[in-house]
Design a protein around this ligand. Structure first.
Ligand SMILES: C[S@@+](CC[C@H](N)C(=O)[O-])C[C@H]1O[C@@H](n2cnc3c(N)ncnc32)[C@H](O)[C@@H]1O
Length: 260
């Protein structure tokens, strides 16, 4: 049986979340390019609402999307239907650690810090070993992770007004976010809340949601990839493919290959 997913309770605000996030435009272009430049089977782990997969499908690329959350997969299905590309998506409700493909993939991508949803090193190790087993020899694994610095931690700990929008029911809504960051365990708890306001601007309803995340240091990411048998082709410090350097990097973007 699959574990329950925190994203089942996050799915209805996911699009506002990504529309207002700092790195989503850059990571979208990076992953869409990677998918459409690959000729063999492409898999996106944690496909979510299809933000990336549907954009790639709209450019002619078939994508297999894997996700633990039934609610996120349903959003993905609807998005693909709206874009007229549902026939280019195969959606699988499964876990990163145990998904199984009918045929080995040429490219498996895990975008937008999503490996971080597995909060222990053991679970990350299991997921990476599973990715290795589901790739064809010579196939690529591409993923990104947070590059956590004291400045990023400070920023995450602040209460931030993330968006101002009309909810699905037409309510005037403010979306807020902050995070509990635990440096010692390299984990964080993202806490969001939406305030729905009445016509006077008074609080009519507040709803909280939480997500568990974690991060790897670059040295840990490298060790996990090597231990699983991957050859590391590149590590970039951003989605413009700038080679990783401590001084300039904002992200860690890894390109690993299952040796032929
Ligand atoms: C940050 S979202 C990324 C969605 C999409 N790739 C994007 O870039 O917008 C993370 C996604 O990973 C999924 N996810 C989290 N843990 C998972 C797991 N253990 N197995 C499969 N999917 C998981 C969530 O349900 C969610 O849809």
């Amino acid at each position: 049986m699959l574990p329950t997913s925190e994203y089942d309770r996050f799915a209805d605000i996911y699009q506002v979340w990504t529309d207002t996030a700092a790195s989503t435009q850059d990571n979208l272009a990076f992953y869409v390019d990677a998918y459409i430049n690959e000729t063999g089977p492409v898999v996106e782990l944690g496909v979510g609402d299809g933000r990336i997969a549907v954009a790639a499908a709209a450019r002619g690329r078939s994508v297999i999307g894997v996700d633990l959350s039934g609610a996120m997969l349903e959003r993905c299905r609807l998005r693909a239907e709206d874009a007229g590309v549902l026939d280019r998506l195969t959606l699988i409700n499964a876990d990163f650690r145990s998904f199984h493909l009918e045929a080995p993939a040429a490219l498996i991508a895990l975008p937008y810090h999503s490996l971080g949803h597995l909060v222990t090193l053991d679970d990350k190790r299991r997921a990476i070993a599973n990715v290795f087993s589901q790739l064809r020899p010579g196939g690529h694994f591409v993923f990104d992770d947070f590059l956590m610095t004291p400045m990023v931690m400070d920023h995450m700990r602040r209460v931030q007004l993330r968006a101002e929008y009309r909810s699905a029911t037409g309510a005037d809504t403010l979306l807020w976010v902050t995070s509990l960051v635990d440096e010692a365990s390299q984990s964080l708890r993202v806490v969001t809340w939406e305030d729905e306001l009445d016509t006077e601007g008074a609080l009519a309803r507040r709803r909280y949601r939480r997500l568990s995340l974690s991060w790897l240091d670059p040295s840990q990411a490298r060790a996990l990839l090597i231990d699983a048998g991957f050859a590391i082709e590149s590590c970039y410090g951003d989605f413009a493919r700038t080679p990783f350097s401590d001084a300039t990097a904002h992200e860690q973007v890894w390109i690993a290959r299952r040796p032929a």
